[in-house]
Design a protein around this ligand. Structure first.
Ligand code: SAH
Length: 364
């Protein structure tokens, strides 16, 4: 690897590359690309040209960047990789949802999903390989955390999904709801948001980006202070500390009061309402009493609630409530004045829930 490129790569604060391999172009912001060895002596507009190819026209290598001199293309190719991953699997659901399993140079694999919503499309990206949180109902944490993804590797997922749209303007929203806990990989997550947001990149408005967290109060406050207009979704999943601790090991040290207080701070600082996510687990957290308690939490936080019926994971002892059960739970919330929605599950026939495809590959 070219040493000047390494020194100028501002993405990882000097940390070792995530997953080895060549320097990833997607980790470079314009100044850092301009400072690479390959770009030495080149006019500044070359940077714009490269980024236009990659972010607007979906180029996956330098060779086809026909408005760049051939020598420059070759030098860039030697020094940088546009994409670091290869596609290990690509599955399509009957409902139009598509899922990619990406393999990184260190053989780690992660998932990302494209979810159509009318003619709009949402990209769901992972922030880590595996997950350190180990929620008892979730497939992602079953093998623990393997490593963080870099900002460029997070952006790469969005780009690969936008290529599936056949149109780089095809992504309406990006949700950080794949494998991993985004706020446990804080720097890369925020940097990826800023990259997706940049006018030289995909130019996706921060309001169209959602970060979903298990709820880490310190990092939620820090994110509020970034003054980014992102949507923050907090995975509550239980309306009392006692039940939440049974479902989410990290809740041992974090109370719902802590989350309400950090969520309120986020709202005050950004003016953005926080969303509470709530996975309905049959017979566990889906009773009328839970709905009433959840309504209280949502009102304290002045938050919206997104309900989703559990997507069963092979080998885990949880069941999916009926759609009627889901609607009843929803109506309790609404009667109490909470702005709540019951989300449709997407891509069920392709192991839609986090971590399931990766898990199948590992065990198969
Ligand atoms: N670590 C982040 C992102 C995780 S994935 C977080 O906790 O928010 C996004 C959401 O999917 C989380 O709310 C997660 O709890 C939920 N989820 C995980 N497994 C699920 C399953 N099998 N069915 C439905 N939702 C699931």
């Amino acid at each position: 690897m070219n040493s000047s490129a390494h020194a100028d790569r501002s993405g990882e604060d000097g940390k070792a590359r995530q997953g080895g391999g060549q320097t990833g172009l997607l980790d470079l912001w314009p100044d850092a690309l301009r400072a690479t060895g390959a770009m030495r002596g080149q006019p500044p507009y070359r940077v714009t040209q490269v980024f236009e190819w990659v972010y607007r026209r979906g180029a996956d290598g330098f060779a086809g960047m026909t408005n760049l001199p051939k020598g420059l293309r070759e030098r860039l190719e030697q020094e940088l990789a546009v994409y670091e991953s290869s596609i290990a699997d690509h599955v399509q659901s009957r409902d139009g949802t598509e899922k990619l399993l990406l393999r990184w140079p260190d053989e780690a694999t992660s998932e990302c999903v494209l979810i159509p919503e009318g003619n709009r499309r949402t990209a769901c990206v992972s922030t880590q390989v595996g997950c350190p949180v180990r929620c008892v109902f979730c497939a992602s944490g079953l093998g623990g955390l393997q490593r963080n993804l870099s900002a460029g590797q997070i952006v790469e997922q969005a780009l690969r999904l936008s290529r599936l749209c056949g149109d780089e303007r095809g992504l309406a929203n990006v949700v950080f709801m794949g494998l991993g806990e985004p706020l446990a990989n804080y720097e890369a997550t925020v940097r990826a948001v800023r990259t997706l947001n940049a006018d030289w990149s995909l130019n996706i408005g921060a309001r169209r980006i959602t970060i979903s967290t298990v709820g880490l109060p310190k990092q939620m406050r820090r994110l509020a202070d970034e003054r980014l207009q992102v949507t923050l979704a907090v995975s509550l999943h239980a309306p009392s500390d006692e039940l939440r601790r049974r479902l989410i090991p990290w809740a041992e040290r974090i109370t719902i009061d802590d989350l309400v207080s950090a969520g309120s701070y986020f709202f005050e600082r950004t003016g953005r309402e926080v969303t509470l996510e709530y996975v309905l687990l049959g017979g566990v957290n889906d009773g009328p009493i839970h709905a009433r308690q959840l309504a209280d939490v949502a009102k304290r936080l002045r938050s919206n609630v997104n309900l989703i019926r559990y997507n069963p994971v092979a080998g885990l002892p949880f069941s999916r409530p009926t759609s009627e059960g889901g609607r009843q739970f929803l109506s309790v919330l609404r009667k109490r004045g909470v702005n709540a929605h019951l989300r449709r599950s997407r891509g069920q026939d392709i192991d839609g829930a986090c971590g399931q495809l990766r898990r199948r590959e590992q065990s198969g």
